[in-house]
Design a protein around this ligand. Sequence first.
Ligand SMILES: NC(=O)c1ccc[n+]([C@@H]2O[C@H](COP(=O)([O-])OP(=O)(O)OC[C@H]3O[C@@H](n4cnc5c(N)ncnc54)[C@H](O)[C@@H]3O)[C@@H](O)[C@H]2O)c1
Length: 318
Amino acid sequence: MKIVVTGALGHIGSRLIRELPVAFPGCEIVMVDDLSTQRYTSLFRLPDAARYRFLQEDIQSFDLAPVLEGANGLVHLAAITDAASSFDKAEQVEQVNFEGTLRVARQCAVAGVPFLFLSTTSVYGTQSEVVDEECAESELQPQSPYATSKLHAERALEELGRSENLRFITCRFGTIFGVSPGMRFHTAVNKFIWQACQGLPITVWRSALDQRRPYLDLEDAVRAIAFIIERDLFDNRVYNVLTLNATVREIVDAIRAHVSGLDVQLVDARIMNQLSYTVSADRFAAAGFTARGDLRRGVRDTVEWLKNVASRDVRVGI
Ligand SMILES: NC(=O)c1ccc[n+]([C@@H]2O[C@H](COP(=O)([O-])OP(=O)(O)OC[C@H]3O[C@@H](n4cnc5c(N)ncnc54)[C@H](O)[C@@H]3O)[C@@H](O)[C@H]2O)c1
């Protein structure tokens, strides 16, 4: 088994490259990352159970043809990912997340290698209570340049599937929580835990406290990717992938179980909207995938990693 992973050093990739050899013992993993986010630590102490190769390359210019030879799949994680700051660099985000994705996908089409694309549930902007992959176009309303670039890439992949016989799958991942060697703290759950452990108030967008949104345990995320490769589930469809839908209030409560004396501060943000919705993962469940993740456990694990730099009292043994 040979798997190519772009953006392999990031939050998801750094855990994925350690778990793939559990699912596929002895596999060859080619890691492509331009180190733009400086996650050298993701490469430290990789397990012996796989054959690893790291290539410091930019997906916007790298010729993937030689590494795609004999590959069973390419997992495309490389992207500019911080949605909040994407407003200030919308053009660059579109360039990497849309044009870059197409470039990689086209090379996969030529090489006949299946392409696993990571999109996001933030492409939804629905007024419905529950939304799924079959929703009306009007319910796809990305709220940031980051999410817009992902939706553009989704659409272009559909076209490549038709015109260039690309075999692909699009996974709309919920917001990740959980630990990894290359983890980042931009997104909701991790950012709140960081603030809580540092003794800072948790800053919640004013409109978001009781809004329901989808989240994905990193454990489920990497299991989902292995599941897709193992089942060869490259059926050119879109799948929502998540562990649970939760409100920010529920997340704050999960953090409160481990960190004493939390303050919550409501703030204004550019990506604020009045939308609250539940994302359905029924299609992925029907394909045979069962989510096993757990918000409370994910929060506890992250607090555990931060416990010796925490300035508030933390309890991790619960
Ligand atoms: N983390 C989440 O909550 C979440 C949710 C939904 C979807 N996703 C998607 O999953 C993928 C991985 O997310 P993540 O959280 O691991 O992101 P991340 O930012 O932690 O990792 C992205 C990696 O891509 C690399 N990269 C960026 N531009 C590159 C380029 N031009 N060439 C090569 N490498 C480049 C970075 O150096 C980084 O290591 C992304 O596509 C993201 O949009 C993430």
